[in-house]
Each structure stands twice: as C-alpha cells, then as structure tokens.
Design a protein around this ligand. Structure first.
Ligand code: GTP
Length: 597
C-alpha cells in the first residue's frame, strides 16, 4: 500500500547563479545543529571543488540533509548554469518540491526562469525565498510581483500560484514572512518547507525500485550511485537487478556492498534504507545515471529523463610546441587519455573519443563553459596539452542538417545596444526581444546558433567595458543557418568573462589551435600574465612560422612583452595581421634566463 513517509522531505534548491543558494544551505546546516559550536566552518561548505569555489558556480549537484524537529530534510543543490541543464532535470525528479531562491534586488533572471519552468512542469510545489533582503538596494515587494508574473507566464497551476514567500538574508542567518524583518533565525523557512512541500510517497512493502540520478566516484569503492528509493526497502548485501530504460537486457544480478544515507554533509553507512529515502550505494561496477535498482522478484525500470546530448567538441592533444613540458607534470598522450576517461566516471554529459591520431582525443560536452571547466581542472592537476578551437556538433533531423541553438539574454547600458545588435547579427543571431530593464539597462534577447557564440563572451566584455551581463541557455536544434563569415583577423577565444581563464589566440581562417597551459589570461581586453606575479614571466607573442624555429624575440615575427605584462587585444591583432596562427605563451624566468644567457 502506498503511504506518505511523514518524517522525510526531499527538496531541491533552484536559483539563478549567485542568488545565494549555497549560502542559504550553509545557513540551514548551521542552524539545524549540524555544527558543534567549536567547529571551524569552512566559508562555503557545499562547493567542494576548487574551481567551483573560485568561480562560484555549483557544477554538480550535491546532497545534504538537515534535521528539523523529527523531520529529515534532504536538500539537493542544483547547478546554476545552463550548460549543465540535464543535471537540473534529473535532480528535480528526485524531489517532491523546490525552494526557489531569488535575489531581492536582481529579481528573477534567465536561469531562474529556466529552472522554474522545469519545476513547474513536474507540478512541484514551490517555496519562494526572496534572499539578500539585507542589501541596501533590496526591493522585496517588487520582486514578489515579478516572481508572480513569471509564474503566470510559465502557466503555473493554482497551487503553485499560491506559493508561500519567505524573505531571508542567508548571510545574516534569518528568514521571515515579513519583508521588512531584519533579524531572527531560519525557522520560518524550515516551517514553510515542512508545511508546503509534501512528504515522499511509496509502498514500503512493494518490490524494491530505486532510481539512480547522480554518479559519484571514490578510489576505494569505485562508482557510487545516488538516487531515491521509490518503492520497497534496500539492505546491504541484497542481491539486486539493474535495469535501464534504454536497454532492458542488462539484467545482471549484483550485490550491494555498501549503503549510505546523507546526514549534514556526510555520507553515513547504514544497513538498510526504505522508501522515500535518498541513498548512495556501491558494488555495482557500471552503474549509470538512469538505472533502476530493482528487486529480482519483480524487475521493472522507472521512466527517466534523458541525458542531454553534447553540443560542442574540442580536440585535446599532446602539446607539441617548443615550450612543451614547461608547465605540466603529465604530458604524454596516455596520461591525458587516462585522465579523460576517468572523468567519464562522474560526468555523464561528457563524451571522449579516440581520433585517427594517437596523440589527440575528441572531447564533447554541453557547451563552452562545461569544457572550459574541464580544461582548467586538468591544467591545475598538472596536465599539459593543447586544445583546438571548439566546434559545434550538428544533427541530422529528417534528412536535414540541424544545429544547436542558444537563447541569449543580454543586459547592457543603452550606449552598447547598437554594438551588441551588430555583432550578434553578424554571428547569425536573431533578436527576439528588446525592452528597458533595471537601472537604465536594456535587455536584449536573441536566438543564435551555438557556434555564433563561440568566442563572443570575451569580445562582449571588452565591448561593454565589463558592464554587460550575458546569459545563454541551450535552446534545441534548428535548421543550419549557413556559414558565418569568418573574420580575417586572429580572434580571441575566451570561455568565460571577468576573472576568466583564457587560452590564447587563434586565427579564424586557419586550423585555429589554441595554446593551453599558457599562463596567459585576458582581462577586460588586456592580455596579462595569469599568475599576476608580473615579474616572474614575460609573454611571447609568436607568429606561426616562428614556432618551428627557436624564437627570436623582438624580431618581426615575435613580440616580447616584458613586465608588467600588458597588451591590448587590438595591438595584438594588429601585430598578427593576416598571419596564419599565433601563439601566446609565457616565458618563465627560467626560460628567460636561458634566452638571455
Ligand atoms: P552558484 O553556486 O554559483 O549558483 O551561486 P549561489 O546561488 O550558490 O550563490 P552563493 O551562495 O555563492 O552567493 C553568491 C554571493 O552572494 C556570495 O558573495 C554571497 O556571499 C552573497 N550572498 C548570499 N546570500 C546573501 C545575503 O543574504 N545577503 C547578501 N548581502 N549577500 C549574500
């Protein structure tokens, strides 16, 4: 018989990037007594990866559980960026409701809309948390209206239109039903979750069915599947059958060797777990997202959200430049290949394929940002390699060539509107909307081929002097829009803006290899040394033909920039002219000495 599991709530936290999800969950953890008072609390407990911490983007969803009274609340953090869209949908399948976090000044943003739409489509109840009410420019009442408008636009059901609003300062540690309150604790948020988000339901006596939504990996136990028990009970050492919607034949019997539940930030080993619970389990060697763990008595797969297809690919290859081996510990094709395959254990939106060349791998992912984070992770681990210019992956639909599209939302001061329209127009972008937005900004919306956006983010930052905001979301496939005229000059490829990482320059006409591990970054249109210790390196800007010879600095084909390392992109482009390929690399002190000697 189906019953409600009253002492559990499973919720996902959804929000636009930076609206404060992580801070909010930290605060809930603190206040639910997880931390002893003398325990040192890391600034951000939810994001474990260095890069996540630095860039403030939650990449993979994380599970946490807090106890409030007798109830265990499983909280699932969702990725804030659209490139990880498939992840959001899977996470939402595990929960019975969502907490929508909206910044009390910014109001709903593109990502708010993207994730909220998915939650509403699943008929999930919503608790709205208007966060950062402590900001001096906060305008909580207006934000409430904007959220309600968004609910209407997304055709929320009657119950969703009746969602409770809680006004919070995650930073200050309080929440309230009163938008003017500036003190208290998080209790009102806990109460809203308990009262408004239903307990999970299922049949504890039915044969086991648990749906795997996330994969984790540990050196000790191998692949770990994380998911929710939809029916029945699971015990350590149980023999189970693993079924997959797409492949009903994989009916092998396997034994669960370890079983965990979540408590605070920990995974704690348990002997058994029952319906409604979110568990992690090991022992199933090839466990995949989308697998249903079933009782052998009545194996039946549960329906599942398809994993999003990759839209962009790059070639990762061994660094064959004269400066090879200067930056990294791991430089051989085998090392790079092994590392990439290991990444597949946890990142299901990634695809890695061998190519004709022993020294190159084709790596495909969900977008520029997805791949750039991978590149940066590997680089920091000590891998050194080159990557090609990103390319989009075309699809054949009804015999026609179709290409991935992006929906782009841009907020810029009015003076830059003309520039943005012109540039995106040239990249085959079609403007779908233009309206005044907050603080004298104009909001522009475009539909654009994904390839049209490659390299644009950084150009945009330069063009708008760092004042523009650009968001993009994968928007399905559309018939191929025809060739985008290539610019004859070398152009900059940067994957993200601001504090960004950048990999070098390529010439749009040519093969377009970028130089990775170059220790160069571009900031507001200036090329600067990555590590900011300007005195420990120079930067070499070389033309292609120089690459094969020892570099003569200061010659016509190479430019040597001495500290402080700065050069505007325009200067750089001027220097490159129509030449084939450029490389921008740092010259470490060691190398500089060598050259000087
Ligand atoms: P992603 O993980 O990137 O999606 O971001 P997030 O939504 O988890 O946001 P995060 O918690 O990292 O907060 C973003 C920034 O907002 C940080 O600098 C926080 O310190 C700040 N912030 C979070 N909550 C509050 C708040 O209540 N008030 C104020 N003033 N700042 C806040």
């Amino acid at each position: 018989m189906r019953q409600k599991i009253e002492n559990i709530r499973n919720v996902a936290i959804i929000a636009h990037v930076d609206h404060g999800k992580t801070t909010l969950v930290d605060q809930m953890l603190r206040q639910s007594g997880i931390f002893r008072s003398n325990q040192v609390v890391q600034e951000r407990v939810m994001d474990s990866g260095d890069i996540e911490r630095e860039r403030g983007i939650t990449i993979l969803s994380k599970n946490t559980a807090v106890h409030y009274g007798n109830t265990k609340i499983n909280i699932i953090d969702t990725p804030g960026h659209a490139d990880f869209g498939g992840e959001v949908e899977r996470v939402l399948k595990m929960v019975d409701g969502v907490v929508l976090v909206v910044d009390a000044f910014e109001g709903p943003m593109p990502q708010t809309k993207f994730v909220l739409r998915k939650a509403l489509e699943l008929d999930h109840p919503v608790v709205v948390c208007v966060n950062k009410v402590d900001r001096p420019e906060a305008r909580p009442q207006e934000v409430v209206d904007e959220v309600l408008e968004l609910f209407l636009e997304l055709e929320a059901n009657d119950k969703q239109l009746d969602s409770p609003f809680v006004f919070a300062s995650a930073r200050g540690g309080y929440a309230s039903e009163d938008p003017e309150a500036r003190e208290g604790d998080m209790k009102p948020l806990f109460e809203a979750i308990l009262n408004h988000i239903p307990a999970p339901e299922g049949d504890a006596d039915a044969p086991l069915q648990a749906l795997i939504s996330t994969i984790d990996y540990s050196e000790y136990v191998g692949r770990i599947g994380i998911g929710k028990i939809e029916n029945g009970t699971i015990h350590v050492n149980d023999e189970v059958v693993v079924l997959n919607m797409h492949n009903a034949e994989t009916q092998k019997k396997v034994r669960i060797t370890k079983l965990y539940e979540f408590d605070g930030l920990q995974r704690v080993e348990v002997k058994e777990a029952s319906v409604g619970s979110i568990v992690a389990l090991s022992g199933i060697e090839n466990i995949m997202i989308g697998d249903t763990i079933c009782s052998p008595l009545k194996p039946e797969a549960l329906p599942f959200v398809k994993i999003s297809e990759p839209t962009i690919s790059m070639t990762f290859s061994v660094n064959d430049s004269p400066f090879a081996g200067q930056e990294g510990k791991y430089v051989t094709s085998r090392q790079i290949r092994d590392r990439l395959y290991k990444e597949l254990n946890t990142d299901v939106s990634l695809r890695v394929e061998d190519t004709d060349s022993m020294d190159a791998m084709k790596v495909s992912g969900r977008g520029e940002l997805h791949l750039s984070i991978l590149i940066e992770t590997l680089r920091r681990e000590g891998y050194e390699f080159q990557v090609s210019k990103p390319e989009v992956l075309y699809h054949e639909i009804d015999g026609k060539k179709c290409e991935p599209m992006e929906a782009v939302t841009i907020d810029v001061p009015e003076e830059f509107v003309g520039n943005v329209i012109e540039k995106l127009g040239a990249r085959k972008g079609e403007m779908t909307n233009m309206a005044p937005s907050k603080g004298g900004y104009t909001r522009l919306e475009f539909s654009i081929p994904a390839r049209g956006l490659i390299g644009y983010r950084n150009e945009f930052l330069t063009d708008t002097k760092g004042n523009g905001i650009l968001n993009s979301i994968f928007d399905g496939y559309a018939p191929y829009k025809g060739e985008i005229p290539t610019r004859s000059q070398g152009s900059l490829v940067a994957f993200e803006s601001g504090e960004a990482i950048t990999y070098g320059l390529y010439n749009a006409q040519e093969r377009g290899d970028l130089f990775i591990g170059a220790g160069v970054k571009v900031y507001e249109g200036m090329i600067v040394g990555r590590n900011a210790r300007a005195d420990d390196m120079d930067i070499n800007v070389c033309k292609k033909k120089q690459l094969t010879n020892t570099r003569a600095s200061g010659s016509d084909d190479a430019l040597r920039l001495t500290p402080p390392i700065q050069m505007s992109l325009e200067q750089c482009m001027e220097f490159i002219g129509d030449d084939e390929l450029v490389e921008v690399t740092p010259v470490s002190l060691r190398m500089r000495k060598k050259i000087l000697d």
